[in-house]
Every structure is written in structure tokens, then in C-alpha cells.
Design a protein around this ligand. Structure first.
Ligand code: ADP
Length: 192
């Protein structure tokens, strides 16, 4: 199995690249953001709870995310995939530790963490552009977008260090064309 994390700030292109990589390498794409949006669309208790945090640009509490991810992973394992690509998870050190434990319990491990790097003005520009079509509550106003980037700097960026210590982190510039970035990410996966 190949298990990969696509890491990076909001608007760095994780969703776009994860979908492409999942297809190219036959991996199952797990996006916690997409799972929450789907739950919200179906107005489930989990979706409605998550919404309170998402619309403010805050992280959904770890217990909720970890429990959801664990259940989801069990369901996905029934499909016997060649591996997973995690998008938007883990977003805190506690989530990274929980993921390591979960993977170990299931006889798996994380092979590679691809980190997309994009500067803040470009992130804000991209998310504002996306807001016109995404309909996402958290893309609508600049204050919420900046809040998400601040939360990323404070709570999520340390996760890169966690994987760097394990020798699993590979940094890639998230500037440039989608295909060019895709080639770079694919090269790193191929060399595993
Ligand atoms: P983006 O990376 O563009 O912010 P996502 O779709 O990954 O978009 O996430 C949207 C929102 O969903 C986040 O701002 C957060 O509120 C919530 N969320 C998604 N994944 C997690 C997670 N692993 N931990 C906590 N909250 C999460």
C-alpha cells in the first residue's frame, strides 16, 4: 500500500492535486473537508455540528474529526484500495498522532507527506476566485479566509515538522501550472 498525505494551507491546491493523484495512482482520496460538506448537505447531526466551526474559519474539534476519520477509514478499507491519499487531514499534532496509531492498528503506515507551499497573498486571491463558484460558507468573506490561514499557521504548520522528524516530508512549490505541480508530486510518489 501507498499512503500519502497532501499537506498545505487553504487554497494551496490540495483538493485539485489529490483528485488527480488519486486517479493516476489508483488511491482512495479522503478529504475531511469534503466529508463535512457532504454531511452538511444531508443535514446530519455531524454536519450541523461541524458547520458551527467551519463557517467561522475554525477547526472542527479533534475528537469529532478523529472519530469520523476512523469510521470512514474502516468503511474504505472494505474496498481493498492500493492506498490512500489524505487531503486536509491531519491538521493538528493530535490528529497526526491519532493517525499514526490508527494506521499501526490496521497494519499500515504513512509513506510520504507532500507539502504544497504558496504565499499568503496568492492563497487569498485564489480562494476569493473560487468563492464565485464554490458556494462554500468559508470562502465568502476575506476575514474568514484570513482566519483560516492564521489557524493553519498556528495549528497545522507544526504538523509538517512532525513528519519532517520522521523523514517523510517532501516540500513542493504550489506556484505554477496545475500540470507542472502534478508532475512534481507524481515524481515524488513514483520514487517511493
Ligand atoms: P481548505 O483546505 O481549503 O480550508 P477543507 O475543505 O480542507 O478546505 O476544509 C474546510 C474546513 O473544514 C476547515 O476550515 C475546517 O473548519 C474543517 N476541517 C476540514 N478538515 C479538518 C480537520 N482535519 N480538522 C479540523 N477541521 C477540519
Amino acid at each position: 500500500m501507498k499512503n500519502i498525505i497532501l499537506f498545505g494551507p487553504p487554497g494551496s491546491g490540495k483538493g485539485t492535486q489529490s483528485a488527480k493523484l488519486a486517479e493516476a495512482f489508483e488511491l482512495l482520496h479522503i478529504s475531511t473537508g469534503d466529508i463535512f460538506r457532504n454531511e452538511l448537505k444531508n443535514e446530519t447531526p455531524l454536519g450541523l455540528e461541524a458547520k458551527k466551526f467551519i463557517e467561522k474559519g475554525m477547526l472542527v474539534p479533534d475528537e469529532i474529526v478523529i472519530g469520523m476519520l476512523s469510521d470512514y477509514l474502516d468503511k474504505m478499507l472494505e474496498k481493498k484500495p492500493a492506498g490512500f491519499i489524505f487531503d486536509g487531514f491531519p491538521r493538528t499534532i493530535a490528529q497526526a498522532e491519532a493517525l499514526d496509531t490508527l494506521m499501526k492498528e490496521k497494519g499500515m503506515n504513512i509513506d510520504l507527506v507532500l507539502a504544497l507551499e504558496v504565499d499568503e497573498p496568492e492563497l487569498v486571491r485564489r480562494i476569493k476566485g473560487r468563492a464565485e463558484t464554490s458556494g462554500r460558507v468559508d470562502d465568502m468573506d476575506e476575514d474568514t479566509i484570513r482566519k483560516r490561514i492564521e489557524v493553519y499557521r498556528n495549528e497545522t504548520e507544526p504538523v509538517a515538522g512532525y513528519y519532517e522528524k520522521q523523514g517523510k516530508l517532501y516540500r513542493v512549490t504550489g506556484r505554477g501550472g496545475i500540470e507542472h505541480i502534478f508532475e512534481e508530486l507524481s515524481g515524488a510518489i513514483r520514487s517511493l
